[in-house]
Each structure stands twice: as structure tokens, then as C-alpha cells.
Design a protein around this ligand. Structure first.
Ligand SMILES: [Zn+2]
Length: 243
């Protein structure tokens, strides 16, 4: 294995709730943001009642809402889903002139295996960035496939900022997101969300590998009472998470 992307035995990805829970509409905030940030300083997630996308950069959690507003998430605010890592990249290189597809192919060629987790951070300039933000859902919560119908999508030309997220093994689809899951926040902390598509101009790519995955289950009533024995969510996740 390439030594620069060897997982460290004492480190783990921490995920709070899992994607199939979102697929069936379990959007109740369950984890204090402070508890999420105790486990990692880089990551992704979503807001209470699916109200926007979380972008966690340098230990700060930002919420990018469907109305375009970006704000810092208070420590005591509960979130339904988040995935974080204490990011200490062991690989770094400059990248220029890449479509989303070319970027993913490049990362795939750099990592030693598709069967580990990787945290990814990209800092730099993009010629184009398309993000979506989920919008606040009303009870009774619809499933994710229906909820994303009301998502807000936005493209900007010429933006500088930070893209963070993960690449996970395919077999974790449903628990986590198979393959790439990236969120973006611009330098001004004014535009961001779940990454749908981009054209990268010039940036620094950093990566860290993980072989340990820790899952924190929600303890809220809606989760404890949920029927989760018959989920075939793959198609729903793919349509909701991929571009
Ligand atoms: Zn996302």
C-alpha cells in the first residue's frame, strides 16, 4: 500500500445516524453539534428536519440552507446526520483543470483501494460550482426521495472555497454513502451546499485514509420506534445523493 495513504490504527471516521434512516424520513435532530465536533473537525451532514446542508471545516460547523443563507451552527443545536473525521492529511498535491468526473477518476487513481474510507479536502478556485441544499421538511416527514424534490439548486461561476467530504466503500451504501459525498463552502462563507457538479480551476487536494468506521445511533423516539426491517434504499440514495 502506498505509505502516504496508509490508515492510522488509532483513527476513525465517526458517523452519526445512517443514510437509510434519512431515506425513510428520520430527520429529527438527534445529536448535539458539540458532540459531532468532539469527534471530528472536517465533515458533512444535514440540519434538523433536513433544513440545509452541514459543512464542517476546521472544527466549525456551517449550515447552508435552502434559502441561500449560511450560518454557524450553535453547539447545542441537534442534527439528524453527520459524518466527520479529525483530519490530518497524509497526502497533498496541486490539481488543475478538472471536471467532477475527472476529479473523481484522479482520486480513484491515487488511493490504494476502493474498500477503505477517505476524507477529502480541496481548497482553491473553481470555474463553476453547482450545489443543492435540502429544505426544511414538515411532519409527518416524507422519505428522502420525496424530500429532495423540494431541494434548492444553485450554480455559481468563478468561486473560491473549500470542498470537504468522503469517499466510502460501495458495500457501505445505506449505512453511509458509497463513493464520493462532498460539500462545498466558499471563502466568504456565503455560498455552499451538497456538491452536485463542478469545474475545478486550480486547487490543493488533501486526503487521509481510514480503516475504522464508528457509527453512533440516534436515541430519539422517532428512531427507536421506526420500522427499519424492509428497506431497499439503494435507488433512493443514488437518486438523492448523486448528481
Ligand atoms: Zn450531502
Amino acid at each position: 500500500m502506498a505509505p502516504h495513504l496508509r490508515p492510522s490504527a488509532d483513527k476513525a471516521i465517526h458517523q452519526f445516524s445512517f443514510v437509510d434512516a434519512l431515506v425513510v424520513g428520520l430527520y429529527d435532530g438527534a445529536f448535539p453539534t458539540s458532540a459531532v465536533l468532539e469527534r471530528g473537525d472536517l465533515g458533512v451532514g444535514c440540519g434538523d428536519s433536513l433544513d440545509g446542508e452541514l459543512v464542517i471545516i476546521d472544527g466549525l460547523a456551517y449550515l447552508c440552507r435552502g434559502d441561500g443563507e449560511v450560518s454557524l451552527v450553535p453547539a447545542d443545536e441537534l442534527v439528524p446526520f453527520a459524518e466527520v473525521a479529525r483530519f490530518e492529511p497524509t497526502f497533498s498535491r496541486t490539481v488543475t483543470g478538472l471536471s467532477e468526473h475527472a476529479f473523481e477518476s484522479l482520486v480513484e487513481s491515487l488511493v490504494p483501494s476502493d474498500n477503505l474510507f477517505y476524507a477529502i479536502r480541496v481548497d482553491g478556485a473553481f470555474d463553476r460550482m453547482t450545489v443543492r441544499e435540502a429544505t426544511r421538511q414538515q411532519r409527518p416527514f416524507p422519505g428522502l426521495a420525496e424530500a429532495v424534490q423540494s431541494q434548492h439548486e444553485n450554480t455559481v461561476e468563478g468561486t473560491s472555497g473549500t470542498m470537504v467530504g468522503f469517499k466510502g466503500p460501495d458495500v457501505f451504501q445505506g449505512l453511509s454513502v458509497a463513493d464520493f459525498h462532498l460539500h462545498y463552502l466558499d471563502e466568504a462563507r456565503a455560498f455552499g451546499g451538497h456538491v452536485m457538479d463542478f469545474q475545478l480551476r486550480d486547487a490543493r487536494l488533501t486526503i487521509e485514509a481510514y480503516s475504522t468506521f464508528t457509527l453512533h445511533l440516534p436515541e430519539v423516539e422517532s428512531y427507536l420506534d421506526a420500522e427499519l426491517d424492509d428497506i431497499d434504499a439503494d435507488a433512493d440514495i443514488r437518486s438523492a445523493e448523486s448528481s
